[in-house]
Design a protein around this ligand. Structure first.
Ligand code: SF4
Ligand code: SF4
Length: 94
């Protein structure tokens, strides 16, 4: 089964540097930045490309500044319709 890919965005200027999201991420996708934001706090950043979109970070963030995006499996698309077949045929779908 294909793994669900997630992504998050953090409104870093409103981060208070509490590190709750870093502690709660099961993928260790988050770290605290060495830089500081406009309010003087180290802010959380997504550092790994392994986010599953589990939403843990967004749920624990006391500032509610994390938005989670999830990309599921691609929808199956119809590639061919075969009708009115009266004899044996071979169909190759590339
Ligand atoms: S959504 Fe889940 S996996 Fe992704 S950064 Fe947040 S806690 Fe980690
Ligand atoms: S939980 Fe929210 S406020 Fe705390 S470090 Fe993470 S993004 Fe910043």
């Amino acid at each position: 089964m294909a793994k669900i890919k997630g992504h998050i965005s953090i409104n870093i200027d409103n981060c208070k540097g509490c590190e709750l999201c870093v502690a709660e991420c099961p993928q260790q996708s988050l770290k605290m930045s060495e830089n500081i934001n406009t309010k003087g706090y180290h802010y959380a950043v997504l550092v790994e490309d392994n986010c599953t979109g589990c939403t843990n970070c967004a749920l624990v963030c006391p500032e509610a500044i994390i938005t989670v995006y999830r990309q599921g499996k691609k929808k199956k698309e119809q590639v061919a319709v075969i009708k009115n077949v009266t004899e044996n045929i071979t169909v190759n779908v590339g």
